[in-house]
Write a new protein. Structure first.
Length: 228
């Protein structure tokens, strides 16, 4: 299977072409750079260049994989819009992959993992794995709640993601991998095995967006003032 992966959810802008089969995951072409803003201007060019490096046409792709969050509200929607548009143009399936799952998969063969994304405002987005199985669904936790969960993990655990460094003082010998985003190879592996029916390319939000819709339309009169 040849597939393209797209990731604009966190601190990277990534587009890569991979071949996944019984022999494993093979990178054919990749463009990935640290990026906080500007994903919308760069992702199409990254995808074009990755395909050119791979020596494949977009029509050679079998599916598209894209990170769906949690992460930057604007960033994840950029990646989703691009992946969905490309998949629609090619008539190919598109699958969504959790950024937390992909971060955990980036920790190689480690089977005890805390995937942690810095969500600001004293929170992290988190998911925990033991024995290769997730403890529960992804969730938004306070730093204190996440620290309590980490304390129950063995000393062979790996903390991975942009939120991992927040717990350096309690890591107690545990490995810290402060990745800006998931490894493209891990994302490709998950995208190749995902079922399009159960892994839709829809945003995964664990917290309401900071922006709120206006309470009135432009030009609309304000309502009467409330009396005490």
């Amino acid at each position: 299977m040849k597939l393209m992966v797209v990731d604009t959810t966190l601190g990277l802008c990534t587009a890569g072409v991979f071949e996944v089969d019984g022999a494993g995951v093979r990178q054919l072409g990749l463009r990935s750079e640290p990026m906080v803003k500007g994903h919308s201007e760069r992702i199409a060019g990254f995808a074009r260049d990755a395909a050119a490096e791979a020596g494949v046409a977009f029509t050679d792709l079998d599916r598209i994989g894209v990170t769906v969050g949690p992460g930057s509200f604007t960033g994840l929607r950029v990646g989703l819009a691009f992946a969905q548009g490309l998949a629609a143009a090619l008539d190919r399936p598109v699958v969504g992959v959790s950024a937390l799952d992909a971060l955990a998969a980036s920790a190689a063969e480690t089977r005890t993992v805390a995937a942690l994304i810095d969500a600001r405002r004293g929170q992290v987005y988190a998911r925990f794995w033991r024995g290769g199985e997730a403890d529960a669904a992804a969730e938004a936790l306070t730093l204190d709640a996440a620290a309590t969960r980490i304390a129950t993990m063995g000393t062979n655990a790996v903390l991975v993601g942009s939120g991992a460094a927040l717990f350096a003082d309690i890591a107690a010998g545990r490995t810290i991998l402060p990745l800006d985003g998931p490894a493209p190879e891990a994302l490709a592996r998950l995208a190749a095995t995902a079922d399009p029916a159960s892994a839709p390319a829809r945003p995964l939000y664990l917290r309401a967006p900071d922006a709120t819709p206006p309470t009135r339309l432009p030009g609309q009169a304000r309502g009467p003032a409330r009396t005490p």
